[in-house]
Design a protein around this ligand. Structure first.
Ligand code: NAD
Length: 301
């Protein structure tokens, strides 16, 4: 591949997120010094899923690094729905807590929708509460899901603030990524196609996209010749595949987009890792500051 010219600009989500976190730390300091309020984020982790434990640890670390209060509540995998609901209710009523996040997935005995919809919509920093989903869909001030919000921030950084009339194709229709990404791009006046597992002629749909967002969870599915020349490609997928070149039993992360072929056609593209992934926590921290300002009646940064 080295003799083939790569045309795409690599979208460095890691560097962007680092900058964001620095700006958030400054905002937090101002809120503390001007109002004596410290934004607080509470994360509930039920069970011992290793990936979730890593996510929660990173969230806590970065929250504290930005000067916010980070609270972590670990509950056993055997916790009942009532116990988790009681914890949520306690945090809803805790005035030091401005953001509440329940790490998903939850164990089978717990209904995720019940728990998510028990979070106060004003403290719902993940933006998954049905009220926030409805607000987003109807153009009202909402708490917006973090990964989708991070995608749009990166897209605007590359294409500018005005995305009007651009054709966007979002592959995936999950509630946590695909649907909110499509909704956000629609709110930006893009012409949006929501593709999914039953979409016919997916490569042709993709070839029409000025903005192509992949949120599928299938390694390297989107090939370079599915990409419109010059398109902005956002790869949300995080897939772990075997990497025998790194040693026996070793794994590595790849996205849903075949990076090598796509970056010869795209105008810009997020790598995996180092693209959308790091933006998620940065957007969570920003959402906590936003929630704090709204709840406390402060001007939003
Ligand atoms: P999901 O499994 O809930 O949804 C996947 C979607 O892909 C479905 O809507 C399905 O219709 C669609 N799909 C499946 N096979 C398809 C096919 N062959 N062609 C077209 N569409 C197909 O997954 P999710 O939770 O939305 O996550 C998607 C990916 O994004 C995963 O790899 C996940 O790990 C990753 N993810 C990353 C972040 C982050 O970067 N912070 C956050 C959330 C999810």
């Amino acid at each position: 591949m080295s003799d083939v010219q790569r045309v795409a600009k690599k979208i460095d989500g890691k560097a962007f997120a680092e900058n964001m976190r620095r700006r958030i730390a400054v905002q937090v300091e101002k809120i503390k010094s001007s109002h004596g309020i410290t934004p607080g984020l509470a994360v509930i982790l039920v069970g011992e899923d290793p990936a979730s434990q890593v996510y929660v640890r990173n969230k806590g670390k970065q929250t504290a690094e930005c000067g916010m209060t980070s609270l972590e509540f670990k509950m056993p995998a055997t916790a009942t729905e009532e116990e988790v609901l009681a914890k949520v209710e306690k945090l809803n009523n805790d005035s030091d807590v401005h953001g509440i996040l329940v790490q998903l997935p939850l164990p089978d005995q717990i209904n995720e929708a019940h728990v998510i919809n028990a979070i106060s919509p004003d403290k719902d920093v993940d933006g998954f509460h049905v009220i926030n989903t409805g607000r987003l869909a109807t153009g009202q001030k909402a708490m917006v899901p973090c990964t989708p919000a991070g995608c749009v921030v990166l897209i605007k950084d590359v294409l500018g603030n005005d995305l009007s009339g651009l054709k966007a194709v979002v592959i995936g229709r999950s509630n946590i990524v695909g649907k909110p990404v499509a909704q956000l791009l629609l709110n930006e006046n893009c012409t949006v196609t929501q593709a999914h597992s039953r979409t016919k002629n997916l490569p042709d749909e993709c070839r029409a996209a000025d903005i192509l967002v992949a949120a599928v969870g299938r390694p390297n599915m989107i090939e370079g010749d599915w990409v419109k020349p010059g398109a902005c490609v956002i790869d949300v997928g995080i897939n772990r595949i075997a990497a025998p070149e790194r040693g026996e039993g070793k794994m590595r992360l790849v996205g849903d987009v075949d990076y090598e072929s796509a970056c010869q056609v795209a105008g810009s593209i997020t790598p995996v890792p180092g693209g959308v992934g790091p933006m998620t926590i940065a957007m969570l921290l920003a959402a906590t500051v936003t929630a704090c300002c709204r709840i406390e009646g402060l001007v939003e940064p």
